[in-house]
Ligand binder design. Structure first.
Ligand code: ZN
Ligand code: ZN
Length: 345
């Protein structure tokens, strides 16, 4: 089978490797579509994502859907040919965080396409993957594979908005309108946000954000508008930081109202970030992180399958697996693309 293997920054080779065999309780999935995520882009261009560095040949990809190809012994809940979205995370179910319902912090987490462990847990941009049965969420045949693969970023957004508490009637600011930011916007809207302002450097991203329901799209270079948000102890009830930049976090802390909430979804650079942290004390800000997701994956797949959430406006490009390097270049170019998919034959 073919696999898109990152050998060094900006160099993916399509390598021929042996197809894996499913053991008891496992499923072999024929991958049909995979979305390129911000962390994939960081690994590809910088050789690291946040604090995790690539240290060996590495298959990227953690947002895929495909069809069940082969069943390991004892698997009864799925049938060959069935369409599935694949949860990239496999938690142990028994460690102290799993016991608390915080499986995203599982001490033995195997998250595919992440360099957080060594040897790395290889990702899913390959023709066949083997996963546990419970990682597969069936979706109806009418849902196309690329759409089904959006269950992963949607799960990230559902988890993040949950962390914010009720958004009913809230004034919300979204910082960073990349794919995750735009999905957060759609989720915040459904969660009852009253008004949503959205900031990004790219006008194209702001246009898409507006089409998904941003009331007030603001360019990140519009300092006059952004400075105003900090007046009178801040304007927004909830700020969602999805840019992963220290400047974005700084704007979040300045713009949130006293007693408001800042949700950190963006992956900040490794090490220290210079921000006006004293505002956390002075305005009694609740600064809450959000990391991946727990049980939101199955919910996300169901929301997509039912058509309740339509993320197609974000799906701007698709390329064949063989064009992976080009696909990453396009995905990095925020002036032309939003979510870019790889398609597998
Ligand atoms: Zn992702
Ligand atoms: Zn665990």
């Amino acid at each position: 089978m073919l696999a898109a293997v990152l050998h060094e920054p900006k160099l993916i080779r399509i390598d021929k490797v042996d197809a894996p065999e499913p053991a008891a309780g496992q499923i072999r999935v024929r991958v049909r579509a995979g979305g390129i995520c911000g962390s994939d882009l960081s690994y590809y261009f910088k050789g690291k994502s946040g604090d995790f560095a690539v240290r060996e040949p590495f298959v990227l990809g953690h947002e895929v859907a495909g069809e069940v190809d082969a069943l390991g012994e004892g698997v009864t809940g799925l049938a060959a040919g069935q369409r599935v979205a694949v949860n990239p995370g496999l938690a142990c179910g028994t460690c102290r965080f799993c016991a608390k319902g915080m499986a995203n912090h599982c001490l033995n987490m195997r998250f595919m396409g992440s360099a957080s462990t060594f040897p790395h847990t290889q990702g899913m941009f390959r023709q066949y993957i083997v996963v546990a049965e419970r990682q597969c969420v069936p979706v109806p045949d009418g849902v196309d594979f690329a759409q089904a693969s959006m269950a992963e970023p949607l799960a990230v957004a559902l988890h993040a908005v949950r962390q914010a508490g009720s958004l009913v009637g809230a004034q919300v600011l979204l910082i960073g309108c990349g794919p995750i930011g735009c999905i957060l916007l759609a989720v915040a809207r459904r969660a009852g946000a009253h008004r949503v302002a959205a900031v990004d450097l790219s006008d194209k991203a702001l246009q898409i954000a507006a089409s998904l329901g941003a009331d007030e799209p603001v360019s990140a270079v519009d300092g006059a508008t952004i400075n105003k948000w900090a007046e009178q102890r801040g304007r927004f009830d909830v700020v969602i930081e999805a840019s992963g930049s220290p400047a974005g976090l700084d704007t979040a802390l300045r713009s949130v109202r006293a007693g408001g909430t800042v949700i950190q979804v963006g992956n900040l650079p490794a090490g220290q970030s210079p921000v006006a942290a004293n505002l956390v004390m002075a305005k009694e800000i609740r600064y809450q992180g959000s990391f991946r997701f727990t049980d939101e994956y199955a919910v996300a797949a169901a929301e997509i399958a039912s058509g309740k959430v339509d993320l197609r406006p974000l799906m701007t490009h698709a390329f064949a697996l063989e064009e992976a390097n080009h696909a990453f270049e396009v995905a990095q170019d925020r002036l032309q693309s939003m979510k870019v998919h790889l398609q597998f034959d």
